[in-house]
Design a protein around this ligand. Sequence first.
Ligand code: PFF
Length: 457
Amino acid sequence: MSQSTSSRSTWSSRWAFILVTIGSAVGLGNIWKFSYLAGASEGSVGVFVVVYLACVVLIGLPLLMAEILIGRRGRSNPVAAMLNTARESGNSSWWALLGWVGIFGALMILSFYSVVSGWMVDYFWQSLVKGVQVGTPEEAKTAFETMMADPLRLSFWHTIFMILTAGVIARGVVGGIETANKIMLPLLFLILVLLTLWGAWVGDMPAALRFMFSLKTEAIKAGVVIDGMGHAFFSLSLGMGAIMAYGSYLDRETNIGHTCVWIAAAGAFIGLLCGAAIFSLTFGYGLEPAAGPGLILQTLPLAFTHMPGGRVFATLFFLLVIFAAWTSSISLLEPFVSWLTERFGIRRAWVAWGTALPVWLLGVAVCLSFNDWSEFRIFDRNLFDMLDHLATRFMMPLSGLAVAIYVGWKLGRIIVTDEIRLKQRAFSLWFNVLRFVVPVGITLVFLYELVLRDGFK
Ligand code: PFF
């Protein structure tokens, strides 16, 4: 299955690669998940933030480099890249399984990621055409629940989002993915800076920063530590073939180590900035930060309703979330599409739309799992929770662990040093962290998730 590499696309520059990878990393995870996870870790938000940042450095950064290394060395889609590198290093072709888990896991995530993104498109549209007007927490809750109870409405916005995603992928690596990121990411950053300043002006930024960074060590609980670790994983798009696929279009000259520092730093910085803007408004309007997954859609609209220029702010905010989600969702579709295109030589556009169709269908089932099919439960979870649970708590950590073992222990120093051209000390530091810290860290998260928190559900 070794692929011909001569006709493969390459990002137009190192910065283009940095941009697309930041685009993949910064998504619903940084905005929606980060704010509600932080908000939910009562009294220990600072611990959550510090653990998250430590994990970005200690687990995320080394794995990011390892995944890019495999993609670039294998010069192919995740399945073939694993196969090519396994053959080159004299390892079993069973390692290709890791690529399979990645490309299918990414599609699984995409099915519900697109549904949640659809909620954001819905709220964006509402803000744009009439403004989200909710005077009380009850009204905000009812507005959200009304949307969730309507399968047609959910499916409609999910469909729009899937079309946006497949449309970019169909246009190719440079013409589609790179161009989309080059347009959306600078806009995203601009809107974010604007909203943070605006949020600081009308909200309560000092309270937000105190909330996010006050370290109460007595509040350290295993759950918060593990949440911070898991979040670092999700927010850097690790373990799902996305980074591997993007790495496969990277030229040989780019220094993987330096590039990854930029990516990890930008991902964490944008996440923190979003958190600061969101909590500044939350506190400024006397609202409750621990609202759970509804923080963005139930708490923030209250602030939008009461603040000066709230409608414009809300429209821009949801546009920002859409850009963030869109640049991530394309990285979830790309691994499978690149595999099918390269393996069978089918035209990319056909493959993109053809792959989007079953993912869309699964997404429609996810929309129904909130209402008409809510009775249908697997291990006491609806389909949405089940897919999220399976992908983010099982598949991501396990394949991250496998990547660390593969690059740290199996690939061999010659290949690894040839790809990661760092100075001796920096290289040893990275390599040892990858071989020891990452596997131990992930194993701890995994055991906790599996055994302590949920039992074997
Ligand atoms: N990093 C994305 C986010 O934070 O929303 C989610 C994601 C994208 C996860 C791509 C995994 C992936 F392969």
